[in-house]
Design a protein around this ligand. Structure first.
Ligand SMILES: Cc1cc2nc3c(=O)[nH]c(=O)nc-3n(C[C@H](O)[C@H](O)[C@H](O)COP(=O)(O)OP(=O)(O)OC[C@H]3O[C@@H](n4cnc5c(N)ncnc54)[C@H](O)[C@@H]3O)c2cc1C
Length: 411
């Protein structure tokens, strides 16, 4: 089964997400365990689920995916797959607990762009990488694949990031920015922290080095051998760990006729928290543009936009206006006035995690406050239970998560 050669022409709907999960379910056990690291390319028979664009926007949730996989295979037989889904929860929790990594990354992108403006050779090397002209066939192939499909296999992401940092010696943050602008699943936590991990900034003394033999083996020799890759990584002498912040606690909420629903692209199934009763007042805000100071791909914007429209249609009782496309520096006064004119004083919203969505909503807060509107974000149970454990490495996190899966508290 190859499920990902139809990206990005896929429906950003909950229905499509559920259908994709059903198609993948029989393969979540042995086949995934044995073949998940092989990348046969966009037209190949890959064993991975390609659920990431839907999971990233929560058109389907980690909890739903894990519950169904466990019901079909059991925890042990599908442990590899379930662990991978939990990597997502780990990164999300890790960034929530150390949110400073996000503004630091944004700052780093700006500094790197300034450096590019002053260093012609560096700028040229960056341009070669972004236009698939490095002469490293596999890398150039992945650049094309990322731009065309809005997706890369996990192993390709690891090789790509490693070659970017250690062979091409380009700034890691600009590589992360390139991914975030093109991936349909572009996620501030999984992306930023995975790039940091590859570059040796996450685990003391560890980085990820792409090896030519490993690439040949796991791509079935689709590319000429990648000779000349860096064979060592320069690592920082020590890593500073920022202080830990609290994870969000379970939040009680109440709905009355002055309460509206706010939908953001970080959680497109708000009914999982607030119930299936349609809302008289819903507003949906698109914030994809806040992923970067450089343009975000049309495919990534279109996926988020269609997902927001799908979430709106599922949750509204009356005809509602289309999602509000909130670009950086846009004026949202009319939106806030419209909310207030509808008699809404509180907007309930699924939790908006650290990243572009939160940056956008933070920028909107003064105008909301001026219009007399309070925002109340409500985290999901899954996150409330798991994020407190995202303090150190993944395996410590997994040690806390597995018993919760075994005793059914999470699913
Ligand atoms: C440099 C780099 C950048 C990345 N950027 C992103 C990103 O922006 N958004 C994103 O969702 N993932 C990112 N990942 C993680 C991972 O590569 C993708 O989640 C995965 O490839 C998606 O494909 P899939 O749905 O077929 O995964 P499957 O193997 O089928 O896994 C199922 C689900 O588990 C989660 N998952 C699997 N592996 C990981 C992982 N290593 N880290 C976090 N979650 C995981 C995803 O939600 C995925 O959909 C990145 C990894 C690297 C190395």
């Amino acid at each position: 089964m190859s499920v990902f050669n139809d990206l990005p022409d896929v429906a950003a709907t909950r229905e499509a997400a559920l259908a994709r999960l059903q198609a993948f379910l029989p393969h979540a056990g042995e086949r995934y365990t044995d073949w998940r690291n092989h990348d046969f390319g966009p037209a190949g028979d890959n064993a991975v689920s390609v659920l990431s664009p839907w999971l990233r926007h929560r058109l389907i949730s980690e909890q739903e995916v894990v519950a169904q996989v466990m019901a079909n295979h059991g925890l042990e037989a599908a442990e590899k797959y379930i662990q991978e889904v939990c990597w997502r929860s780990y990164w999300k929790g890790y960034l929530e607990r150390r949110p400073v990594h996000w503004p630091e990354y944004q700052q780093q992108c700006r500094k790197d762009r300034e450096a590019m403006a002053k260093d012609r050779h560096l700028a040229m090397r960056l341009e070669q990488a972004l236009s698939a002209q490095t002469g490293i066939a596999c890398f150039d192939g992945w650049v094309d694949e990322l731009i065309t499909h809005g997706y890369l296999h996990n192993h390709a992401r690891m090789w790509f990031a490693s070659i970017w940092v250690f062979t091409l010696e380009l700034p890691w943050a600009l590589g992360a920015d390139f991914f975030l602008r093109h991936l349909l699943d572009g996620d501030p936590a999984s992306n930023t922290l995975s790039w940091r991990w590859v570059a040796g900034l996450h685990t003391q003394g560890k980085a990820y080095l792409a090896r030519p033999d490993n690439i040949t083996r796991f791509t079935q020799g689709r590319f000429p051998r990648a000779n000349g890759l860096a064979d060592k990584a320069d690592l920082p002498a020590s890593l500073e760990k920022p202080p830990l912040q609290d994870a969000p606690a379970a939040t009680p909420w109440r709905r009355d006729n002055q309460t509206g629903l706010l939908i953001t692209e970080d959680d497109l199934t708000p009914e999982a928290i607030f119930g299936d009763d349609p809302w008289p007042f819903v507003t949906a805000i698109q914030t994809t543009d806040w992923r970067s100071d450089s343009p975000v791909s049309q495919a990534a914007e279109a996926f988020a936009r269609a997902g927001l429209a799908d979430a709106l249609a599922r949750n509204t009782a009356t005809e509602q206006s289309a999602p509000f496309h909130y670009r950086q520096n846009a004026d949202a006064t009319a939106l806030c006035t419209a909310i207030a004119s509808a008699g809404i004083t509180t907007l309930l919203t699924p939790w908006i995690p650290t990243g572009p969505g939160k940056d956008a909503i933070n920028a909107l807060m003064p105008q909301l406050a001026e219009a007399g509107i309070t925002l109340q974000p409500v985290p999901r149970d899954w996150d409330v239970q798991l994020w407190p454990a995202a303090t150190h490495g993944f395996f410590r996190f997994w040690k806390a998560a597995r018993p919760l899966l075994e005793d059914g508290s999470l699913t």
